[in-house]
Design a protein around this ligand. Structure first.
Ligand code: ADP
Ligand code: NA
Length: 350
């Protein structure tokens, strides 16, 4: 069996927001007590859409600072940026040759991000899921904590691992590089694990504060749509006050949130921040109008997020130290990545 190991990444494309925090980063922090973890600012993913170069450099440091401020322990675990470990791009090429066109054609994120002008999207945006599979499989990670939007990409990662294990099965056995793994009823020797997503909790898909049908995202042009980890108390309160809601009071049970996406979202955010279930939140706040609930939510958000913003500012005051942290992380990541890539080359015959 594969040793449990966590990998996850975040794009340095702008401010981290509450969706990134509740859907991913808060859980990355929690997993550190139980597993070896590898966390990454995925700058190669970022350039699948054009990025202003100087801004990309700044964003990589900012995302790193945000992760450190949120509680990622770069000494015990590994924190680095993707482009510093060249094996990500190298394994992605091999995976490009394993994954099938039909698999990538089914990816909904490409359709969302490419929009109507698909002919003009970068090829990198199309093969993004292969690079993501490479990120994960390079460390033979068994579990990946992500938001719900990444579920389809994790399925593709498993398909890639399975096809690689099958296509090269006898070679993997010949070289003695296989790890016994259970696939359904049968035991086989594979080189790559079938990685599982870790998607859970009350806030796996945080929605825009302005439109309950869209996920909260860095790329949303409306700043009122998201709470950034760098927002101060006034900005947080203002965005929650202006969040779209319906006129009814909060229900006292979760079933009462059906058909009320904005109410559901705010209750989910409260639950995520309070580390409680939606049921628990509603048993406390059910019956209150939003004019009453929103200030309570704002207080909670400020209490949880303001210390992260303060710590982030402190870390950002010393960019050279951030670069040293990333260098040290890249060196440690490269040790594992180098071993995997050497194995993969022997397996494939390169
Ligand atoms: P974005 O989608 O804002 O560009 P990333 O693609 O860098 O962010 O995603 C980083 C992590 O944050 C991923 O695990 C993703 O699933 C998670 N995530 C992003 N947006 C949300 C959201 N609105 N709700 C929950 N999780 C999210
Ligand atoms: Na995303």
């Amino acid at each position: 069996e594969f040793e449990p190991r966590i990998f996850s990444g975040v794009q340095p494309t702008g401010n981290l927001h509450l969706g990134n925090y509740l859907g991913a980063i808060k859980r990355w922090v929690a997993l550190q007590t139980s597993y070896p973890c590898i966390y990454c600012a995925v700058d190669l993913h970022a350039i699948t859409m054009w990025q202003e170069p100087a801004q990309l450099e700044r964003s990589t440091r900012e995302v790193t600072a945000a992760l450190l401020a949120a509680g990622i322990d770069a000494k015990t675990h590994i924190l680095f940026n993707q482009s510093r470990v060249h094996q990500h791009a190298e394994l992605a090429w091999v995976i490009n040759c394993v994954a099938r066109m039909g698999w990538l054609n089914r990816m909904t994120q490409f359709k969302d991000k490419a929009g109507k002008d698909r002919e003009n999207a970068s090829v990198g945006l199309f093969t993004y899921p292969d690079l993501m599979a490479a990120d994960i499989l390079l460390y033979r990670a068994t579990h990946v904590p992500v938001g719900e939007d990444q579920k389809q990409h994790l399925e593709l990662t498993r398909d890639v691992a399975q096809k690689f294990n099958n296509d090269f099965g006898s070679r993997i056995a010949e070289l003695g590089l296989g790890v016994p793994m259970q696939v359904g009823e049968t035991k086989v020797d594979g080189y790559f694990p079938l990685t599982e997503p870790l998607i859970g909790g009350p806030a796996t898909r945080v929605m825009s504060l302005r439109d309950g049908s869209k996920k909260m995202s860095k790329s949303d042009p409306s700043d009122l749509s998201r709470i950034n980890l760098t927002d101060d108390a006034d900005q947080i309160s203002k965005k929650i006050r202006k969040a779209k809601t319906d006129p009814d009071a909060l229900p006292s049970e979760v079933a009462g949130l059906a058909g009320r996406p904005e109410a559901d979202n705010l209750v989910g955010i409260y639950a995520g921040l309070a580390e409680a279930s939606k049921e628990a939140v509603l048993s406390e706040h059910g019956g209150r109008p939003f004019s009453d609930f929103k200030p309570a939510l704002a207080d909670l958000a400020v209490e949880k997020l303001a210390p992260i913003a303060d710590e982030m500012r402190r870390i950002l005051a010393d960019p050279a130290e951030i670069d040293r942290t990333l260098d040290a992380g890249a060196a440690r990541a490269a040790e594992i990545a180098g071993r995997t890539m050497a194995d993969v080359k022997r397996i494939v015959g390169l």
